[in-house]
Design a protein around this ligand. Structure first.
Ligand code: AMP
Length: 445
């Protein structure tokens, strides 16, 4: 039986078996392009998003090249967050489970926020592969608990985020302690200018592979824009959450304060919500990730840094409470849904001042539909301006006494609705008074 198209990557049989067990049929583009280069000892820069299969693109050749009989650390894999490091370690374990029991490959996770002494204990026997955050790994190296002077492979995952979070200095210190023949594998969604000195210092004529994010332009994501129009944002996000009733939605905010506000509001409405941001204790973050993975959560409110790089399966909807400041993050955010042929929906709340950013996203090939919620139902808007005209003309909106169609149908009237009605009524009264004044003036003349 033809096991899989992975065969041409010249992987050991136990790796083919592990891939088969996970149901993977063929390599993704980044795996196809990078596994042979990494196997041949080349330095590489993999520019790609989460969802491209980049983790296996480096794990497969690394594991393939490990000599189980050599009881030294042969590869160090660094990631900017504990969650991402844990996720990489989990993917690695799925491969190592298929090792020949006579030739086991050992991997250890070293992340901050856990007991240091226990980390040191774990290193009594040196593992073949170490996965972790730069701070803890460097700490273990300084303590001489981790011996990496002969280690020849270093992975820097999410390098741009490492830079943002100020971890590149630690990665640099780790790299400086490693073998002179260092093979460096850098993965990053973007390659900022500030990363160049680091890359130049350690990389020798690297193979640079850029895999464009497919998810954004594929038709399986429905990108919706919803205007804020001076409405209450927390109320709107609650309405969106209720109207979508998703399998699993991630609601992105730009700050941890906003994440808390949104999560508190949704929780107060009785929705099943968790939050993930840098302000949480590592233990709490771990618990949240477990609940999300166990499909116990329906809404996860998250900031970009906390959620970036984390592969959460089954995300059906993304809600952007606000557009991210860095538009690359829009791509990261929506890339979490609509994976592997599934359909996904991304709803973004926007204000008029966001128009420039929206135009930029359109230029990147994202096609948006403008939508709004009318009494819990989605309506498509042709153009934002036309929609405002239509709202002015809707009889239900200017009817002073009734609660509009919602009330007529016996549905509950939303809290903001009455306020809007009052405002519209006042406008109408003002208009009538103005007309009356004009009439009076004309009669006098
Ligand atoms: P990553 O970009 O590494 O975060 O991977 C995203 C997801 O793709 C993970 O859930 C992987 O398990 C999955 N994946 C990786 N390689 C393949 C493949 N060749 N075929 C199908 N799924 C894959």
């Amino acid at each position: 039986m033809e096991k899989s198209q992975f065969k041409r990557l010249e992987l050991q049989p136990f790796l083919l078996e592990a891939l088969h067990a996970q149901g993977f049929k063929k390599p993704t583009e980044i795996q196809e392009r990078l596994v042979p280069a990494i196997s041949n000892g080349k330095d590489v820069i993999g520019q790609s998003e989460t969802g491209s299969g980049k983790t296996l693109a480096f794990l497969l050749p690394i594991v393939n090249n490990i000599d189980p009989m050599n009881l030294e650390v042969q590869a160090v894999i660094t990631a900017p967050t504990r969650e991402l490091a844990t996720q990489i370690h989990n993917e690695l374990k799925k491969l190592l489970d298929y090792c020949d029991p006579e030739q086991m490959i050992q991997a250890k996770l070293m992340v901050g926020g856990t007991d240091r002494l226990r980390s040191m204990e774990k290193l009594k026997m040196q593992p073949h592969i170490v996965v972790g955050t730069p701070g803890r790994i460097h700490d273990m190296v300084t303590e001489q608990a981790l011996k990496i002077y002969t280690t020849a492979t270093l992975v820097v995952d999410e390098a741009d985020q490492m830079l943002d979070m100020g971890f590149i200095a630690d990665v640099d210190k780790i790299a400086a302690r490693m073998s002179e023949e260092l093979q460096m594998l850098v993965f990053s969604a973007t390659i900022p200018e500030k990363l160049q000195p680091f890359l130049k210092k350690y990389m020798n004529n690297p193979r640079h592979v850029h895999v464009k994010p497919k998810q954004v332009t594929t038709p399986n994501i429905d990108h919706r824009l919803m205007p804020l129009r001076h409405r209450d944002k927390l109320q709107l996000v609650t309405d969106i959450a209720t109207a979508l009733n998703p399998f699993l939605a991630i609601i992105f905010t730009n700050t941890k304060e906003a994440a808390d506000e949104v999560a508190d509001t949704l929780a107060a409405q009785g929705l099943n919500v968790d939050r993930l941001h840098g302000g949480l204790h590592p233990r709490q973050r771990k618990q949240v990730m477990k609940r999300v993975k166990d499909l116990k959560t329906q809404f996860l409110v998250a900031t970009d840094l906390a959620a970036r790089g984390i592969d959460i399966k089954g995300v059906s909807h993304i809600i952007n409470y606000e557009l991210p400041k860095d538009l690359d993050f829009y791509v990261h955010r929506v890339g979490r849904t609509g994976r592997a042929g599934d359909t996904g929906v991304a709803v973004t709340l926007y204000e008029q001042t966001d128009q420039f950013a929206i135009d930029k996203l359109k230029k990147r090939g994202i096609s948006f539909t403008y939508v709004d919620l009318r009494r819990g139902d989605w309506v498509t808007l042709e153009k934002p301006k036309e929609r405002i005209e239509k709202r002015k003309l809707t009889k239900a909106d200017i009817s002073p006494k009734t609660g509009g169609k919602a009330k007529a149908k016996g549905k509950a009237v939303k809290p903001g609705y009455k306020k809007k009605q009052r405002w519209q009524q006042e406008q109408e009264e003002k208009r009538q008074r103005k007309l009356a004044r004009r009439k009076q003036g004309r009669n006098k003349r």
